[in-house]
Design a protein around this ligand. Structure first.
Ligand code: PEP
Ligand code: CO
Length: 451
């Protein structure tokens, strides 16, 4: 670790997973441009999220972090943003109602573009092409030209993040997220399904509760909490040049914030204690996440907490476990114990997606809905055994009727993956599977006696 942190001190540390930009002058030009642009989020908002996550860490709230694996430059529209928001709001209502605690809503949205890759090259036919690294870097099309990193994409990613955030802010504060509209969040393809009907029932109960409150004389009209929600953004802080360009000093406190999103996380492939990602993120005031894979040991987790949160601020760190359905319970328990015994006030979240990815017989990368639920089950059991709070879930989803993950209520088969396989990166849960997952998660936590 550098003695003195600055927004650029990460540059003297090894940075994993950075693209090989072919033209440094073009890269520096793009970063300079972005550093002159307005921040996307404000320090005060990041602090509000950290306070909300502090309640999660204390066991009094639940975190729902969800959205695309990789946002796409091609699939960028109001409808796409609205549908994703709609399914996240639905899931949040299910979790709030069933668990009886506030749900902190954080999108993998408005900046979730950059992708770490397990190999820098991909074999296509008989040539090795540079891997696709997300639309902020290159294009997924399999040609040498398309795969060349292009710094103009950094600016486009900033602009798309700004428009996405603008629409999200309008939706969540401008009436779309009004609790009086819970019924209207169900999409047509979900409405007739068993999950859709279960949701409709819950929405009717909420309607009845609101009517009851009004009948008792409670002024539900002027209570903004019933008509608006707080919705935060997050992404993996992978491209450190881009993150540095959006790092600004808060005029109120003098602290530095990465204003590209409210929350930033460190991926499984970039969490080296002596690496550039940890060096960069330790210095910004935003709440941080770190993915924790099956090779993680307790010493690492304690060193990580010490490096990123030496003052032990509740909600500053979210540890996102992605262990795999069949090993999460055993691998997680010693980590839960160590962090609990060291009194680090972290949020524990479960990413049930990334360690359950496999290639189906059809050749498509997929995830099995049952395995996704099984990982959440193991995560909850580990917490129940250690007396800690299973604070949240971190999932890749879309509101659309895609066929990317197999199983779920309409039992998508391997042979159906080709029907509507639209992701540019990892397979996502569709609208029905996402809603079903919210019910199951609530059920797993309730039945374990934790809520
Ligand atoms: C991701 O969240 O998209 C991701 C790449 O996860 P991980 O770092 O856990 O593999
Ligand atoms: Co992913």
């Amino acid at each position: 670790m550098a003695k003195t942190w600055t927004p650029s001190s990460w540059q003297s540390f090894p940075a994993a997973q950075q693209p090989e930009w072919p033209d440094d002058a073009l890269l520096q030009g793009a970063l300079k441009q972005i550093s002159s642009y307005p921040p996307l989020v404000f320090a005060g908002e990041a602090r509000s999220l950290q306070t909300a996550l502090g309640h999660v860490a204390a066991g009094n709230a639940f975190l729902l972090q969800a959205g695309d694996c990789a946002e796409s430059f091609d699939d960028f529209s109001a409808v796409n943003i609205r549908e994703k928001l709609r399914v996240i709001l639905q899931m949040a209502v299910v979790l709030t109602y069933s668990l009886g605690v506030p749900v902190v809503k954080v999108g993998r949205m408005a900046g979730q573009f950059a992708k770490p890759r397990s190999s820098p090259f991909e074999r296509v036919g008989d040539v090795d092409l540079p891997s696709f690294r997300g639309h902020i870097v290159n294009s997924e099309h399999p040609s040498a030209e398309a795969r060349r990193p292009d710094p103009a994409r950094l600016v486009q990613a900033y602009n798309q993040s700004a428009s996405t955030l603008n629409l999200v802010r309008a939706f969540v504060k401008g009436g779309f997220a009004d609790l009086n509209r819970v019924h209207a969040w169900t999409q047509e393809f979900v409405a007739s399904s068993p999950e859709g009907q279960k949701y409709d029932q819950l929405a009717s109960e909420i309607d009845r509760a609101l009517r009851f409150m009004r009948a008792c004389g409670v002024d539900t009209e002027s209570n903004s909490q019933l008509h608006q929600v707080d919705f935060y953004t997050s992404h993996e802080a992978l491209l450190l040049g881009y993150e540095e360009a959006l790092t600004r000093q808060d005029s109120l406190t003098g602290a530095w914030y990465d204003c590209s999103a409210h929350m930033l996380w460190i991926g499984e492939r970039t969490r080296q204690l002596d690496g550039a990602h940890i060096e960069f993120l330790r210095g910004v005031g935003n709440p941080l996440g770190c993915k924790i894979g099956p090779t993680t040991d307790a010493d690492f987790v304690l060193e990580l907490c010490q490096a990123l949160n030496p003052s032990r601020i509740p909600g500053r760190i979210t540890l996102i476990a992605r262990m795999g359905a069949n090993q999460v319970e055993d691998k997680l328990r010693p980590l839960l114990r160590a962090v609990r015994d060291a009194d680090h006030p972290v949020v524990w979240a479960c990413d049930p997606m990334h360690a359950n990815t496999y290639t189906a017989v059809s050749g498509r990368k997929t995830r099995d809905f049952d395995q996704v639920c099984a990982e959440i089950g193991g995560f909850v059991r580990a917490h129940a055994a250690e007396g800690t709070w299973p604070g949240g879930i971190h999932v890749e989803l879309t509101g659309d009727d895609v066929t990317e993950c197999i199983g779920g209520a309409d039992n998508i088969l391997d042979s159906q993956l080709d029907d509507r396989y639209q992701t540019v990166c990892d397979p996502r849960l569709n609208g029905r599977q996402s809603l079903d997952l919210a019910f199951r998660t609530a059920g797993l936590i309730s039945s374990s006696g934790l809520a």
